[in-house]
Design a protein around this ligand. Structure first.
Ligand SMILES: NC(=O)c1ccc[n+]([C@@H]2O[C@H](COP(=O)([O-])OP(=O)(O)OC[C@H]3O[C@@H](n4cnc5c(N)ncnc54)[C@H](OP(=O)(O)O)[C@@H]3O)[C@@H](O)[C@H]2O)c1
Length: 335
C-alpha cells in the first residue's frame, strides 16, 4: 500500500520530516516496504498546496528555506477542507503548541480523525489537553493517534513504554523534560547568575524572547500531563500538576547543592502510588550518583522505575529539526 501524507505546518519539524522522507525514500521502501507521497502541505507562512499524485517537495523546501511562498499545486480552500477532502491517509499535525486552548491543532486533529485519517503529531497541545478524547475518536474510526514527538522529540519515550518496556509495570517516570532550563542550570553551575544565563540562552536560540513557558516549568508540565495520560492511563489535566520553575534559583542555592554533592535539575515527575497517579514539576537537588545528574546542557533524560528491571534511564535530544522529524517518521512506520 502507498501512503499519502499531509503536513499541516511546514516550519522546523515539517521541513525536517520532509528532508528525511526525501533522503531516505529508497531505504524506507527497501527495508520497510514503506511507500509514500506527500500530497498535501498547509502552512500559514507559505500557503496551502495539494496534488493527489504527490507534491514537488524538493521545490517546496527550497521555497520555504528562501522564505518564499509556494508557487506550484496551490490549493485555494482552507486547511480543514484540505485535511478532510485530500486523499491523504496520514495527517501530520506540526503547527505551534498552545497548552491553554490547544490552538488550531485541536480542530486539525479532530477533522483528520473524524474523516478516517491517521494522525501523527509532535504538538503537545492536542496530546496534553485531549488525549483521551482523541484516542477514542481514533479507535471509533479505526485509525491511530500517535504522539511520540510530543515528549523528548525523537528520543523514544512513549514508544519505549509500548514496545521494549511492555509487560513491565511502570510506577514512576522522572526526568529532565526541558532542554532550555537544563542548559541554563548547567551554565549557572559554572558561575553565571540566572539573568545572565537567560540572555545567553536567548542569544543561542535555546530560549524564546518570552521564556515563560520554559523557565516557569509549563513546557515540562505539558509533557508530564502527556506521560500521565498515555503511559499511566490517568486522566490528569494540566491544572492537576503542581509546577515550579527555575526562576528563583540563586547562586547560593547552586553553591549549597555543590557542597552537598548534588546538582540542581528541573524534574518532571509522574508517579503511581496506591493506585493514584500524581504529577509534578519542581527544581530538585539530585545526588551526583543518579544518572540524571550527569545529563548536562540542552539534553533531556527520563528514568522509568519498573517492577522487573528496576530503574531504566534514557538520555537523548529533546528538540531539533531532524531529531523531531524522526519522531514523525517512527510513528508513520508504526502505522
Ligand atoms: N522544533 C522542535 O525541535 C520541536 C521539538 C518537539 C516538539 N515540537 C513541536 O512540534 C510542532 C512544530 O514545531 P516547529 O518547531 O516546526 O514550529 P515552527 O517552526 O514554528 O513551525 C510551525 C509552522 O506552522 C505554521 N502554522 C501556524 N499555524 C498554522 C495553521 N493554523 N495552519 C497551517 N500552518 C500553521 C507556522 O506558520 P507561521 O510561522 O506563519 O505562524 C509555521 O510555519 C510544535 O507544536 C512544537 O511545539 C517542536
Amino acid at each position: 500500500m502507498k501512503h499519502n501524507i499531509a503536513l499541516i505546518g511546514f516550519g522546523t519539524v515539517g521541513q525536517g520530516i520532509s528532508e528525511i522522507l526525501l533522503s531516505k525514500k529508497k531505504y524506507l521502501k527497501d527495508k520497510y516496504n514503506f511507500k509514500f507521497e506527500i500530497v498535501a502541505v498547509a502552512d500559514f507562512a507559505y500557503g496551502n498546496c495539494y496534488n493527489p499524485k504527490g507534491l514537488d517537495i524538493q521545490q517546496m523546501l527550497e521555497e520555504a528555506q528562501a522564505k518564499k511562498k509556494f508557487s506550484k499545486d496551490l490549493y485555494d480552500k482552507d486547511t480543514l477542507t484540505l485535511i478532510k477532502k485530500s486523499n491523504a491517509n496520514i495527517v501530520c499535525e506540526l503547527t505551534y503548541t498552545d497548552l491553554t486552548t490547544g490552538g488550531p491543532a485541536i480542530d486539525h486533529v479532530k477533522a483528520a480523525l473524524s474523516s478516517g485519517k491517521h494522525v501523527v503529531t509532535s504538538n503537545k497541545g492536542p496530546a496534553a489537553l485531549k488525549y483521551q478524547e482523541f484516542k477514542k475518536l481514533a479507535k471509533k474510526n479505526s485509525v491511530k493517534f500517535l504522539i511520540e514527538g510530543t515528549v523528548v522529540a525523537g528520543t523514544p519515550i512513549i514508544n519505549l513504554t509500548r514496545g521494549p518496556l511492555a509487560g513491565c509495570e511502570i510506577t514512576k517516570i522522572k526526568g529532565i523534560l526541558n532542554g532550555t532550563t537544563n542548559y541554563m542550570l548547567t551554565e549557572m553551575e559554572k558561575g553565571m547568575d540566572y539573568a545572565s544565563v537567560l540572555k545567553v540562552a536567548q542569544d543561542l536560540g535555546y530560549a524564546e524572547a518570552d521564556p515563560t513557558g520554559d523557565v516557569e516549568g509549563f513546557d515540562a508540565r505539558g509533557k508530564v500531563c502527556i506521560l500521565a495520560n498515555v503511559v499511566m492511563g490517568a486522566p490528569l489535566k494540566i491544572a492537576d500538576i503542581a509546577c515550579k520553575g527555575i526562576t528563583k534559583i540563586t547562586p547560593k542555592d547552586i553553591e549549597k547543592a555543590t557542597k552537598e554533592g548534588k546538582r540542581w535539575k528541573l524534574i518532571g515527575c509522574v508517579e503511581k502510588k496506591d493506585g493514584i497517579v500524581t504529577g509534578s514539576v519542581n527544581p530538585e537537588m539530585v545526588e551526583l550518583s543518579h544518572p540524571l545528574a550527569g545529563v548536562m546542557g540542552a539534553k533531556n533524560a527520563l528514568t522509568f522505575t519498573t517492577d522487573m528491571l528496576g530503574d531504566v534511564t534514557i538520555v537523548g535530544p529533546g528538540a531539533g529539526k531532524i531529531e523531531t522529524g524522526f519522531s514523525i517518521l517512527t510513528d508513520m512506520l508504526s502505522i
